[in-house]
Write a protein that binds this ligand. Structure first.
Ligand code: RIB
Ligand code: CA
Length: 315
């Protein structure tokens, strides 16, 4: 099967980095461009971390474009308590050998599918600010992509950044609202934090397996996620660090990994207490579904893809 042509939008924290490894080195993805946005870290740091991650996967040729450095209306929020101040577990990684390209990320999100109509799959791993900005300029944007996969939301209302909201939607709920209003369930699929905390938790046994593999990508994966391991232990209570962006990327690369999904009409709360919460209307009288929501993924299949990818020797 030919590799999937991809555009990836990311706020490159430690889990985004592993998703970039999957896209670049699994053999299933063909990354045409990466766009960065503020979220876990400021947009320039997201670009630095994306370049480092791609270089770790043996790729220094992929264009990386900087995008919006803050939400549409709200103050930028980082996530140092989750990913470390540098977004990569404060591991002191050396600078990448390449630099971001000229051209704003939003322009790239608009121009690439115009040049390759219906060919590109967009995978978003971050607050949806760049995507919303692109939609304001081109309301038909989603029709120009083959499909759009977003790591976004928590369909079971169990949040990570708040009691009921997931970070990417919480960080810029107005952007998420623009995205859901433009979406149709046949074109836009969301993989939420509910999937990650059920089917993408790296247990101590998984973490030890990365250490024992000892390859550059396995060691990189283990080291940069050490802060997330602490966050899981002290805040979310998971059995290890979870990998929301990598499992979303795995779904985009191999949709056969999906074991449960639903289509529903979803709105986004922008109210204070419920900021970023999904309002899912499953009533018979609900409007037509605007999203496909993945609810479960085959954990064994996801972890096989992950370990097979990072097991590769230095490129
Ligand atoms: O809630 C998880 C999401 O927020 C992931 O994309 C993680 O990188 C952070 O951006
Ligand atoms: Ca992310």
């Amino acid at each position: 099967m030919p590799a999937l042509p991809l555009i990836i939008d990311t706020d490159t924290g430690s889990d985004d980095a592993v998703a970039l490894l999957l896209a670049a080195a699994s053999g299933l993805g063909d990354i045409r461009a990466v766009t960065t946005v503020a979220g876990n870290v400021p947009v320039a740091v997201a670009a630095r971390n994306a370049l480092i991650s791609l270089e770790t996967a043996g790729r220094t040729d992929i264009p990386v474009h900087l995008g919006c450095d803050g939400p549409m209306l709200r103050e930028a929020s980082g996530a140092p308590e989750v990913h470390g101040a540098d977004g990569m577990g404060d591991t002191g990684l050396p600078d990448p050998s390449t630099a971001p390209r000229d051209g704003h990320a939003v322009e790239a999100l608009l121009s690439y599918p115009r040049r390759h109509p219906g060919e590109l799959t967009l995978v978003t791993l971050a607050p949806l600010t760049n995507i919303a900005a692109a939609l304001l300029l081109d309301p038909e944007l989603f029709t120009r992509y083959r499909h759009v996969y977003c790591m976004a939301g928590a369909a079971d209302l169990v949040g990570n950044v708040s009691p009921t909201a997931e970070f990417n939607v919480w960080a810029d709920p107005e952007a998420a609202r623009i995205v859901t209003r433009a979406a149709s369930a046949d074109k836009v699929t969301w993989i939420g934090w509910d999937v990650s905390r059920k089917d993408a938790v790296m247990t101590p046994v998984d973490q030890q397996r990365l250490v024992e593999l000892g390859t550059p990508m396995a060691t990189f994966t283990h080291r940069i996620n050490r802060t997330v391991a602490d966050f899981a232990r002290n805040v979310t209570g998971l059995a290890g660090y979870d990998l929301p962006d990598p499992i979303a990327m795995a779904v985009a690369l191999d949709p056969a990994l999906i074991t449960e999904q639903e289509q529903a009409h979803v709105q986004i709360s922008v109210a204070d207490e419920t900021r970023g919460q999904l309002i899912i209307d499953r009533r018979v009288s609900a409007p037509a579904p605007n999203l496909t929501l993945v609810r479960r993924v085959a954990e064994a299949g996801f972890k096989k893809l992950l370990f097979d990818t990072v097991a590769a020797p230095a490129s």
